[in-house]
Each structure stands twice: as structure tokens, then as C-alpha cells.
Design a protein around this ligand. Sequence first.
Ligand code: FES
Ligand SMILES: [Fe+2]
Length: 341
Amino acid sequence: MSALPQAPASLPDFAALAACWHPVAYASALTDKPLHTRLLGRDLVLWRDGAGTPRVLADLCIHRGTALSLGRVVDGQIMCPYHGWRYDGDGRCTLIPQLADPTRVPAKARVAAYQVVERHRLLWVALAEPRFPLPDVPELVDEGWTTVETGPFTWNADASRQLENFTDLGHFPWLHPGLLGDPERPVVPGHTVHVEGAVLRYDVVRPEAPNSRDFPVFGNEVVAAPERRSRYALHLPYTIALRLGWGGQAGMMYLFASQPVDHDRCTGYVVIARNYDHDQPDEVLRDFEDTIFEQDRIVVESQRPERVRFDLADELHLTFDAVAVAYRRAMRAQGLAHASG
Ligand code: FES
Ligand SMILES: [Fe+2]
């Protein structure tokens, strides 16, 4: 029997990606119960300790391999549901109820613990010492800005595909006509990508998308003179801070970050802030993003191969794909992905 043909190895490098911060949940989703998530192919359990500080461990009890996330939080520690062993936030087993002295725990009884921080309304985990800092997003702590959490958006696709979709300007008129683009104006405005280490920056003056009747989410009602300027900062590997100007004081900021769950699965988080329309119900922006991301999901999940080709010869790139080209180059230059072998 012959083996199925294997795709060439054009892969995000999970070992290198371990040393980066990744979002794993909205901070608001982590309450007094354990929360399971998956990052770079590893199962994790999150909870808040006695001080409310988020903690994260491998989701695997050292005793019989049970998922700790099925257990519960007791005195700030996570308790396995099967035999009641307890672990602290550093992964140390602190209590084995079956022992005559339950605190006489063997020193090797511990599970892997990882770094976690709460920032920008998200929980970010690094599985190894992170190489790059998280971006600064002052709008999210500014009282003059109103913040909305949208999604999360889980797709059967690699995180690099979800990220590239967020940066892809050429698809707006086709996939989101009337919402983000106009099929009568499909030409992508010129833009130059500036690479500063692990950060890619570029500005785009986009053709105007007027407020639609269903989703009045934009800052300018009229299509005419004011420019809609989009300022992107793409932080490798999967985070984008996008600032939309409307030609005046009104501004919007999008923090997009994709969680690499597995090679064929990701979850996108989009935190949106605006300094106008403070009374607009959160549902308007949430529904708008649900619509956009659902239109995107169907297309991106159909892409083959499932992962972005980091070898530039593998797909056809034109000048308006400058961001994708720069992104793929930068991911390779930073050792976060490899071209086909
Ligand atoms: S499997 Fe976790 S305590 Fe036994
Ligand atoms: Fe899209």
C-alpha cells in the first residue's frame, strides 16, 4: 500500500513559537473555575489563584494523566478530579490525600508551569521565555475610549492564514462588499511595509466604506472628503494593532491576535476601542465582526495548503500583496517559520 503524498514542510516552527506571547482567552472568561485551552498542540489549564492572579499549567495530572481542567479550584490551587491531588501555580503537587501524611509529596510530583500575563483584556501565555514584548495599546486603558471584546473566532486554519487574512487588502471589495469595500473600486492603494525587527508597519489610505444601514460602526457618515487612514503595526507572529483614522478626531483601534491552537486550528480575538459613539451598544460591533469573520472563515478554511507557504515561490504574489510577502520573509528571518524543505 502506498503512502499518501505528503505536503512539503512549509511550517510555522512550534518550538520557536513557544518563545512568544500568545492569547489564550479573554481575561473576562477566566473566573473561579478552571479553563481548558490548547496552544501550539499542547493542552493547558488556566485558573485564578487566591490573589486572583492567572496561572497556567500543562493540563495533565502527573498521577494518571487526567485533565486537570476537569477538576476545581480549592484554596487557590487546582485539584485533580480523579484522586484529589492538588497543584499550586508553580506546578508543584502540594497534597496527595491517599498518603498517611498528605503533605509528604515526592519532590518529582510536579507538572509544567508556564508564564501568563493579563494585558489588553486578554490572557497571554508563553511556553518558553518570550523573545518579544507585547505591543503597547494605550487606547485600551484610556478613559476616553470605549472597548468591546468581539469573537473569539475559531477557524480550522493555521494562525498564519488568519493573520494574513486580516492584513489582506485586496479581498475587501469581493468578500465584504458594502461593508469594507466597493467592487467598483477594487484597486489596492499603494503602501510600503517598514520592517523593524519583529514589527512590520504600514499605512493605507483606503477607499471609503460608508456606514451601512445595518452596521453604523464607522466614524464618518459621509463618503466624500475625509480620508480613512489605516495604520497597521503587525507584531510577529500573530498580533496586529490597527488604528483607523477618519480624517478628524474620531478614531478606532483594533487589536487582533490569533491563538495558534494546532497547525490546522486557530482562535482570533479582536478587541476594539473607539473614542466616539460611546453609547452604541456593544452588539453592533460584535455583530459586525461576526458577519465579517464568518465571510472570511469560509474562504480561509478552503485555502490549500492549510498553512501559509513561507517559501515565496509557492504562491503568486503581486505588488498589492506586499504585506504577505514581508510577513513571510520576516517570519523566516526570525526563525518562526521555515520554507519548504
Ligand atoms: S489522576 Fe490526578 S490525582 Fe490521580
Ligand atoms: Fe475579510
